[in-house]
Write a protein that binds this ligand. Structure first.
Ligand code: MRU
Length: 348
């Protein structure tokens, strides 16, 4: 993918403003932790891995001007800014995971404040680089599962725009495309904010991959007519038993996939596993403004005063998931023991 969603150059953070796609490719340059918080909350940068990386740079922007003179005072600043940034969005665990990782990296050092500041930046840059590699590995690991497929269905955007580059759910599709096997991708438009139509369709077309855009309510017909061989999505937080939070509509799609005997793959970095939660019941689900449902592109489409329910994510029960595709391998059911083993392997 030619366009990078997150860049760091000459001491400046550049975020591709995804609220303007596909009409306009425009970057914003948040210069403070507050501006990064706003960019995450407003979905200028979005997608679980991408918001973690952006927040890590936000942490640096928030502490680089710190006037703390002692290591302890500086670490208190780091903690305060990290806690603040973690409140930007609640569901994707990658946000707090990334912040905690940078925080821990600094906390273990006995060094002067300037060195600690540089270390915060180094932590953010490392996340950016590492996510690129992670997504490539997800692509490589997931490709064999789709090797016999002609077409797949995806929901929301779990592509390059949602990560440092390359994506998670789209990574096996990009990988196969690079090997000369091009799949058609059916893309749910993904109401209410149209990440599928605006972002996934855009980035796949840029990569030369054929796209068929559908409204969310057409997925059942697509599955029944066997137009796709698999459904592949990303994730925002996965509990220890495999219950998976992802963009609202994923659960419905999972039920439909099961009804029609089509496999559902969830592609994710291992940082999206939240081993502190036994199951999906306790995953915090973000509720967003009613305006997102009552308006389309700024135009009111529902009567004034109507009540609205607008959860941004839902939880797909583990038993509807065929397999998880991670950077360290494919995880098959039963997920409980497999994820317990993964936790051990990761030392978490
Ligand atoms: O609200 P968004 O656009 O941030 O939601 C994004 C998703 O639900 C993605 O599927 C998920 O974050 C995985 S991104 C690799």
């Amino acid at each position: 993918m030619a366009v990078a969603p997150i860049e760091w150059a000459d001491g400046r953070l550049r975020l591709l403003d995804q609220t303007r796609l596909p009409g306009e490719v425009r970057y914003v340059e948040p210069a403070t932790a507050e501006a990064v918080w706003e960019a995450i909350r407003a979905l200028r940068v979005r997608g679980a891995p991408a918001i973690g990386i952006a927040a890590a740079f936000g942490l640096y922007l928030g502490v680089r001007g710190s006037e703390a003179r002692t290591r302890e005072a500086f670490l208190a600043d780091v903690r305060r800014v990290a806690e603040y940034l973690a409140t930007a969005r609640p569901t994707a665990v990658n946000l707090s995971w990334a912040l905690r990782r940078v925080q821990r990296r600094v906390e273990v050092l006995e060094a002067p404040v300037d060195t600690l500041k540089a270390e915060v930046l180094a932590g953010a840059l490392e996340l950016l680089e590492e996510d690129r590699r992670t997504c490539r590995d997800i692509g490589r690991r997931g490709a064999p599962l789709l090797a016999g497929a002609r077409a797949v269905l995806t929901h929301c955007n779990a592509g390059g725009l949602a990560t440092a580059q390359y994506g998670t759910a789209l990574a096996p599709i990009y990988h196969l495309h690079e090997q000369g096997h091009t799949l058609r991708v059916y893309v749910d438009e993904t109401r209410p904010l149209l990440q599928g139509a605006r972002l996934t369709a855009w980035e796949l077309l840029q990569a030369g991959i054929p796209v068929t855009l559908i409204t969310d309510s057409m997925a059942a017909v697509v599955l029944r007519q066997r137009r796709v061989d698999a459904v592949i999505v990303g994730a925002d937080r996965v509990a220890s038993n495999g219950d998976t939070a992802n963009k609202i509509g994923t659960y419905g799609l999972a039920v439909l996939a099961r009804e029609h005997g089509v496999p559902l793959y969830v592609a994710l970095p291992t940082s999206t596993f939240d081993f502190s939660l036994p199951d999906g019941d306790r995953i915090p689900i973000e509720e967003r403004s009613p305006d997102e449902v009552t308006h389309l592109a700024g135009v009111r489409t529902a009567p004034e005063g109507v009540d609205v329910f607008n959860p941004a994510f839902d939880v797909t029960p583990a038993h509807l998931i065929t397999a998880f595709i991670t950077e360290v391998g494919v995880i098959h059911p039963p997920f409980g023991p497999a994820l317990a083993q993964l936790r051990k392997d990761l030392g978490r």
